[in-house]
Design a binder for this molecule. Structure first.
Ligand SMILES: O=C(O)CCC(=O)C(=O)O
Length: 350
């Protein structure tokens, strides 16, 4: 496992940085060698197999479809039984969408090649990553994977609206129009966080077309090969479209900010009751973070490399935050969408 303390070089590429600042997004097609992502793809595939075998032991399925590859097996399991497909997806997503936290996941989050780019775009080598990451197995023709227009800041606390939190969208297969890559509205990320509503598709937040800061027909299509990364700011509106292909569009989206931006690094409950209620001092302090319910951690530091989080500490913090009752919801910021309110249970993550 890679133990990275500091980027070998920030690789500042002025053209890329300028593009990101002007457009609010940047697609770099070769941040990783596709082989760098292979351990994560393989571990996700093994996890699907493990969960499928658990369902088989419980008498809930017979055919494991073990002959099928990473971008096919879950579709076949879902086709045989919606309940089993849903159980496996929920198992990977966990409480909020980033439940899977094997070492292979941490290795991608803390990968020196990615952190070098993130550091250059943030303008610092003191980098905090957040547990607000999501694993998306976007199955062909399955509505729950279609994400409506939103800005990631719609999910964050208002006091972080003017901070820079970079989303790194990492496809684990080539992302194309056909398999439902993202659409991004460029050059509007210097504006405010616009009105969002709860109750969008699959329980996501949604910006109505009339509230978008620009005509959605000006959106760019963020196709990106495996090995590439789509970088976006937290105020860049984006959405994703249906997967009409014959394979799963796997991706993970990771988030990073400067260590100077408000976070919950180093903070955890002094006390946790059996029902997950933490001590009141924790609740008072944690609300300073841009997304209080999930654990932030230091992934890169030139100043204090000894404080950079290792895998064991990352896993421990994530698990403590998952066990802690938050009573917090960024959704309180937004009203329900009049057309579909109540139709879909609200999600607690992106
Ligand atoms: O993966 C997708 O389809 C949407 C991703 C997204 O909305 C995000 O990363 O914030």
């Amino acid at each position: 496992m890679t133990q990275w303390r500091m980027p070998p070089s920030r690789q500042p590429d002025p053209a890329q940085i300028n593009f990101f600042r002007t457009e609010g997004y940047l697609i770099i097609p070769d941040v990783f060698d596709p082989a760098d992502l292979e351990p994560l793809r393989q571990e996700l595939h093994r996890e699907i197999g493990r969960k499928a075998r658990e369902l088989q032991s419980a008498g809930r399925l017979t055919d494991l479809h073990e002959d099928l590859g990473f971008d096919q097996q879950l579709t076949a399991l879902q086709r045989d039984s919606k309940e089993n497909g849903e159980a496996i997806i929920k198992h990977l997503e966990g409480l909020r969408g980033g439940g899977f936290h094997a070492p292979e996941m941490f290795d991608v989050i803390s990968h020196p090649k990615l952190l070098a780019k993130v550091g250059a775009l943030l303008g610092t080598e003191e980098i905090v990553a957040s547990s607000v990451y999501r694993i998306r197995p976007k199955l062909p023709n399955l509505g729950r994977g279609i994400v409506p227009w939103h800005q990631d800041s719609g999910y964050f606390t208002e006091h972080c609206d003017t901070q820079l939190i970079i989303t790194c969208w990492v496809p684990l297969v080539d992302a194309t129009v056909e398999n439902g890559c993202m659409q991004i509205l460029p050059r509007v990320h210097q504006g405010k966080v616009v009105m969002h509503h709860t109750g969008g598709n699959a329980g996501f937040l949604v910006i109505k077309d009339e509230d978008l800061p620009d005509d959605p027909r000006r959106a760019i299509t963020a196709a990106c090969p495996r090995g590439g990364v789509v970088f976006m700011t937290n105020r860049t509106p984006h959405c994703s479209t249906p997967n009409t292909s014959d394979h799963i569009r796997w991706s993970v989206d990771l988030r990073y900010q400067s260590a100077a931006t408000p976070s919950n690094v180093g903070l955890e409950p002094a006390f946790l009751a059996a029902d997950g209620t933490a001590d009141s001092a924790f609740y008072e302090k944690v609300n300073v973070a841009c997304y209080p319910p999930e654990a932030d951690f230091l992934v890169g530091s030139r100043q204090s490399p000894e404080l950079v989080t290792n895998y064991a500490e990352y896993a421990r913090r994530r698990e403590i935050y998952d066990r802690t009752k938050t009573g917090f919801s960024a959704y309180r910021r937004w009203s329900s969408q009049p057309t579909s309110a109540g139709a879909t249970p609200m999600r607690t993550g992106h």
